[in-house]
Every structure is written in structure tokens, then in C-alpha cells.
Design a protein around this ligand. Sequence first.
Ligand SMILES: *Cc1c(COP(=O)(O)O)cnc(C)c1O
Length: 346
Amino acid sequence: MPHKIMDFRSDTVTRPSDEMRRAMALAEVGDDIYEDDPTSNELNRYAAELTGKEAAIFACSGTMGNLLAFLTAGSHGESLLAGKRSHVWCAEVGGFSAIAGMCPYPLTDDDGIPKPEEIAAQNRADGNIHHPQTTILALENTHNYTGGIAVPPDKFAAAARAGKSLGFHVHLDGARIFNAAVRCGVDVKEFTKEVDSVQFCLSKGLGAPLGSMLCGTRDFIERAKRWRKRIGGAQRQLGIAAAGGLYALKNNIERLAEDHDNARYLAELLKKGGVPVEEVPGMTNMIFFPLKDGQVSDDDFEKKCLEKGMLAHMIEPRRVRLVTHIDIDREDVERAAAIVLEVLSA
Ligand SMILES: *Cc1c(COP(=O)(O)O)cnc(C)c1O
């Protein structure tokens, strides 16, 4: 029997398991806009409980969850501090300025998190009539573009507290915050207690087909709900999607450790074969390595990997990202390492 195509492009590619599909098919539903969808209400309650917040709402995507936070906590012409390599800055099509009307100030986040001193130095909440007043600090954990780094609780808290002490709304883009919690061996509240709002994705390593949760105070979430309605993100029989999310949160958090082990194993196998895999502290479920001068072109790398049975992703020119997830097992990792080494040596 031919092998399946192994998909290492992202953890967004996970397919819902049979059990998750069953939970979704059988979900009790209502109309979430009337707030009488019991499964959606239960997901909101459960997400708020897990993150230690008063309330939560479902967003269609992580991008929408982050945007709702910015729309709710900020205003046109105010400034938002975010890392230069953060997802909100690099990969959300400029939504914070295009839609929320905010003016971004970049922070250095090459280690996955900006330094407290730099947060203070970029502050424009100084009453100066010329300045766009800073109102939001956006942090990210795990930090995708720098290597899937799980920023440890103490470093994370230092950055968040620097923002709080200046009176900013501190938002966590926690698309993969459960990967960070599992990697650091702490309850997710160790991170979420430091921030005013958090967005996390159900649709990545947790294995649900869609959706993200935005969590915060009751008042904040009530206001975010209006924004969600305004931008067309409110849903009706949401319980079908919510059931997938609930299943993911109840079954798939602890197992993220397997994805981290598999990524580490993949890195080891590639390094043994001479591939200069990027070394990062707090590595989670993704590995990165450069294509050297004289090696295959970016397009050929993807094409030749696919011919041999795996999908890989060039996250930037000459930089490969491979991600492990619930549909990748140890045997897949061994096959993938062999394929990559073969393609690179050709
Ligand atoms: C994927 C991702 C998002 C956005 O999620 P979508 O559901 O793809 O919109 C936000 N932040 C980070 C760090 C991500 O990796």
C-alpha cells in the first residue's frame, strides 16, 4: 500500500479524528447570537476556566481573535507595541492598522519576547500632543517565526508587567499557548494571569478543524462580542464547531508533548545528517533550517519532498519550517528525515 502524504507544513493541517467528528455531529445546538447554543456556551465557560478569565468567546480564526482584542482595547490613532517578528505584525495582513486603525511601534523579539526596557522605551503614552498614545502591548507565546520558542513564565511575566506598569492593555497572541505550557511544565494560567486578554487557536496542535477563543474580563468580552457582530464574525449553530473545540481542549492538550518529542527527534536525525537545524531554547513542535547556497532552489525543495511523499514549507526564502502534530508519528518522522536528507544531498 502506498504511504500517505505526510504533511509537515503546519499544525493547522490536522484532520478531526473520528471521535471528534462524532462529538461535532451529535452536538446539541441553538443559536449562538441569541446565546442559547448550549455547546458554544459550554466551550466559552470551559475556555475561560482554563485560562483563569471571567469570560470567553469563539472567533472564526486566530487572526480574528487578535483583531477583536485590538478593536476592543484600542482606538484609531493609538499605538500598539508588537514584536517585529510577531504574527500580528508579519502575518495578519496589517489588520491592526487596516481595520483597528492603530499605529504600530516595533519591538525587538529575536528571542521570542521583547525586553522590558525596550517596552518602556517605546512607550508613547506620555500625554505629548504629537504622539500616538500607546494603549496596547501584544505578546506571543509560543513564538512562531523565531522558532516556535516557548518563552518561560518568568521572562514572559517580566515583559507583560512592563506593559501593565505603563497602563497598557496587554494582549497575548497565544495561538499555541498550550504548547508553551506543556513545554514549560506549568499550568497555562502561569501565562494568562499576566495578561488582560488572550487568544488561543483550537485549530492548530489541538486538532480541531476551526476556531479560536478570545478570553478576558466579562466587560471586555461583552464589548468584543459587539465587534465580532460588526465585522460579521458571529455565528448561529456554533455548537457544531464548539464541540470540536471542547473535544480538543479535553483530550489533546497533554499529548502536545508527543509533538515536541517528535520535533526534537526530527531535529536530531537531520543534525546527524549534517543539516544545520536552528538551535532555539524552549523548542516545541517546529524546527527550522536554512537551505545553503548551491543546494536545491526553494521551489525544488518543496517539489522534490512532495514527490517522495512529504509536504514541507518554505516559511521565508531559503528557510524551511517543518511542524509536527497529531497526524505525524515517530515512523513518519524517520521517513521525513530520510526524504529531506535525500533531497538535500541530490
Ligand atoms: C496561526 C497563528 C495565528 C492566526 O491564526 P489563524 O487561525 O491562522 O488566523 C496567530 N498567531 C500565531 C502566532 C499563529 O501561529
